[in-house]
Write a protein that binds this ligand. Structure first.
Ligand SMILES: Cc1cc2nc3c(=O)[nH]c(=O)nc-3n(C[C@H](O)[C@H](O)[C@H](O)COP(=O)(O)O)c2cc1C
Length: 222
């Protein structure tokens, strides 16, 4: 693959393996830019948020880009409930209360209750990721979930491009029917997680992968 020389933070940095510009006549993208964005996307947790607010404009750009995810049958099954300001405290209290109501006393942990209540208040925005089942019964539920996951990746990549810290959490009561009910979703709909957004207070974390990507690919050429 072509070696690309880029000027980055005032220095000449040579980056290899990132890709190249699209050929003339095709959309004017530079694959190295896309590659850098994809590889720099990180899950950054609320403990590492600065507490500064993210602008409504940035959140709207993330949500609008999420809406450009692919979707089989154009069902567009994603739905986002955004909590911010006092709404964060309200969501945290509700989540912790759902946990308490639906956990057997012998399994209940005060630490978990407190964390569920506290965490949202560390975010600038908390976006509840919902799958709203489309009206085309030919589209399997799995594909609706897959489409929402694509939308979340768009959210996350846009957050990265804006320099925002974010992560998709699926803990607590995320998949419990009581959460679906609290959110006012229908019986066929599903909460798929909590997307927490803030500004990073520390250096951007390094990414890591356990396997080599080549181990995840099988080529069939004959
Ligand atoms: C569907 C989904 C659910 C996740 N839920 C959690 C979670 O509940 N807690 C958590 O710490 N990370 C969660 N993550 C984030 C992963 O921990 C994270 O993506 C992984 O560590 C790789 O790090 P990276 O995103 O920085 O590449 C979730 C990711 C996905 C895709």
């Amino acid at each position: 693959m072509a070696k690309i020389i880029r000027r980055e933070q005032g220095e000449n940095v040579q980056i290899t393996d990132l890709g190249k510009a699209a050929p003339a006549g095709v959309l004017p993208f530079d694959a190295s830019e896309a590659t850098r964005l994809i590889r720099q996307r990180r899950s950054i947790f609320p403990e590492a948020f600065s507490g500064e607010p993210v602008s409504r404009e940035d959140i709207e750009l993330m949500l609008e880009n999420a809406h450009w995810a692919p979707t089989h049958g154009r069902t567009e099954p994603w739905f986002f409930k955004v909590f911010t300001g006092e709404g964060l405290r309200r969501f945290g209290q509700a989540h912790a209360t759902l946990y308490q109501q639906h956990t057997a006393p012998e399994n209940f942990k005060q630490e978990t209750f407190d964390k569920l209540a506290q965490r949202p208040t560390e975010c600038s925005h908390l976006i509840v990721i919902c799958m709203k089942r489309g009206e085309n019964p030919k589209i399997p539920v799995m594909e609706e979930v897959e489409a929402v996951a694509c939308a979340v990746q768009n959210l996350h990549l846009t957050a990265t491009a804006l320099g925002l810290a974010a992560y998709w959490g699926s803990g607590g009561m995320t998949y419990h029917p009581a959460m679906r009910e609290w959110l006012g979703l229908g019986a066929d709909d599903q909460c798929l997680g909590l997307f927490m957004v803030g500004k990073p207070k520390a250096a951007w974390p390094e990414g890591k992968r356990k396997a080599d990507w080549r181990d995840k690919v099988e080529w069939n050429e004959a």
